[in-house]
Design a protein around this ligand. Sequence first.
Ligand SMILES: C[S@@+](CC[C@H](N)C(=O)[O-])C[C@H]1O[C@@H](n2cnc3c(N)ncnc32)[C@H](O)[C@@H]1O
Length: 188
Amino acid sequence: MGRVLVACEFSGVVRRAFTSLGHSVWSCDLLSAEDFSLRHRQGDVRDILNVQWDLIIAHPPCTHLAVSGARWFRDKKEEQEQALKFVKTLLDAPIPRIALENPVSIISSRIRKPDQIIQPWQFGHGETKATCLWLKNLPKLLPTDIVDGREARVHKMAPGPDRWKKRSRTFEGIAKAMAEQWGPLLDG
Ligand SMILES: C[S@@+](CC[C@H](N)C(=O)[O-])C[C@H]1O[C@@H](n2cnc3c(N)ncnc32)[C@H](O)[C@@H]1O
């Protein structure tokens, strides 16, 4: 069983997927855990990258990186540089296996192209939302349940203070696929 760090996760979705398969898992976010788990560290994930982990799955903020926000790029050079630096720190973490997730973003042009682009509809959710994965020492995720009804639900969500949280939650089907396909690599 492996020691897994889920970086930048308040929802606990990926943490629970790996925990249910017997791994030792922590999530970490500046925010508290939505499910009040005791296996959540509220704080800066950069402080615990040097602890011994077998795998990190990171969901860094895309606010200043997503191509969908490109019209704002001119006004936020500094924020963008900081966001890219954070992504680099996560990708360079001294951890044997790394997965970093983000929408289509300037990570592709400024750091490197993603190893894979997945969609929720490949994992049981009838939605489109291109999700890029940057992988180190991990195989590409195989689709688990290809479904119809592909719409971009996130764009239809009502505005409100929690909209970004709902939008940014990891899809359960993707978390399950990560745990089922990458978890076994950590055994032994
Ligand atoms: C796009 S959201 C990811 C949400 C995630 N997919 C989930 O299901 O909970 C990005 C998260 O990164 C967190 N974050 C930003 N900087 C961080 C840092 N230095 N250390 C830990 N978490 C950080 C934010 O608080 C935010 O919750």
